[in-house]
Design a protein around this ligand. Structure first.
Ligand code: NDP
Length: 323
């Protein structure tokens, strides 16, 4: 645990919180309304197929939440749970069948897949028009080009929506994205670049990371290391988007977490609590910050629903094709 992780006191936090739960609820409400319209126009609701392979408990929880979100949005869900021993070929067969199934507008394979499966070839096999995770190379290419009609990955587009809703205009701002994964860091950096921010991408080999972070007007942390971003890494008033989700137990928790009734309830109920990549001492200095939990996470879920609706609408009326 970094040395200053525990020095933040929740009472000292002055940063304005970007309430992901509130903004996500608005998105969900809009999607539910539009799903109803889709039913009226096309005689069926949008459909999302979710494939889970193996028994990873966290993945199973995520899949359950996605199914529940579908129910809230009036989207039909098709859930497939396959055993750990499933082969790449068997998974590709199911993906192929769901690509051909007209009731299925969105199709996602929950990651991570077991090590025995070739993840890349599975993601590449998903019909780009149904690729609601936005991981297919065709959609990644469209994101790089800055195309208007593209299924964007949910977490990165959630980040931009949180900024928009908070009145933060990235144009001309210095954005630093810590983390360069294909699924989170890289696409987030590209979206900010497409919105005319001046973007720096950092990773585990970046020299003098604190110094680079200090240049940020917008700092995005997408690493997966609890409280990595320290107090002296950030400037006063910076906008911080904390994407990291880290599970910590009571033995690793700094004092202020052990004094927070919500966290204590987490420890008692689940034995852990979820924290981000940004230390409370750094958070204090931000002008705006997303909390963990309740920031980027709910937006990721909401935008999956929005992507499913979008995929359904675009499959019926391809964008750019005159009716
Ligand atoms: P990955 O492990 O794929 O990528 C982590 C990135 O962080 C890598 O680019 C890595 O660098 C970099 N990194 C690791 N250690 C350091 C360090 N000490 N200093 C600087 N950079 C470092 O993770 P993901 O991108 O998939 O996820 C990142 C975090 O976001 C995780 O906590 C994950 O749980 C969370 N997440 C949250 C979501 C949400 O909805 N809120 C959705 C998806 C993910 P390198 O490339 O050099 O190895």
């Amino acid at each position: 645990m970094p040395p200053d992780a525990g020095s933040g006191d929740t009472k000292r936090i002055m940063a304005q919180i970007i309430d992901g739960n509130r903004i996500a609820a608005k998105v969900i409400e809009e999607v539910a309304g539009k799903s109803g319209n889709f039913l009226g126009e096309h005689g069926r609701v949008p459909g999302l197929a979710v494939i889970l392979v193996g028994e990873d408990p966290a993945s199973a929880v995520y899949v359950r939440m996605k199914i529940r979100d579908c129910a809230r949005c009036g989207i039909e869900s098709f859930s497939y749970t396959l055993p750990e021993r499933t082969t790449t070929g068997e998974l590709l067969d199911l993906v192929g069948a769901l690509n051909r199934d007209d009731r299925v507008d969105g199709l996602l394979v929950q990651l991570p897949l077991p090590a025995t499966i070739d993840t890349r070839s599975v993601l590449d096999a998903i019909d780009p028009a149904k690729d609601v995770d936005g991981f297919h190379p065709a959609n990644v290419g469209r994101l790089v080009r800055g195309d208007k009609h593209v299924l964007l990955p949910c977490t990165p587009s959630g980040v931009v929506r949180l900024l928009d809703d908070s009145g933060v205009e990235p144009r001309g701002m210095r954005a630093v994205v810590v983390g360069r994964s294909d699924l989170v860091g890289k696409p987030t950096a590209l979206l900010l670049l497409n919105r005319h921010a001046t973007v720096t991408i950092c990773h585990s080999r970046t020299r003098d990371l604190p110094q680079v972070c200090r240049t940020a007007d917008i700092l995005v942390a997408a690493v997966g290391k609890p409280f990595l971003i320290q107090e002296d890494w950030v400037r006063e008033g910076v906008v911080i988007i904390d994407i990291g989700i880290n599970s910590i137990g009571p033995d690793d928790a700094p004092r202020f977490l052990l004094e927070d009734p919500k966290r204590v309830a987490d420890f008692e109920r689940k034995g852990y609590t979820l924290v981000g990549d940004v230390s409370p001492a750094a958070a204090v200095k931000a002008g705006l910050i997303t909390p963990v939990p309740g920031g980027v996470g709910p937006m990721t879920r909401a935008l999956l629903m929005e992507n499913t609706l979008k995929a359904a609408e675009w499959r019926k009326n391809p964008p750019g094709v005159p009716k």
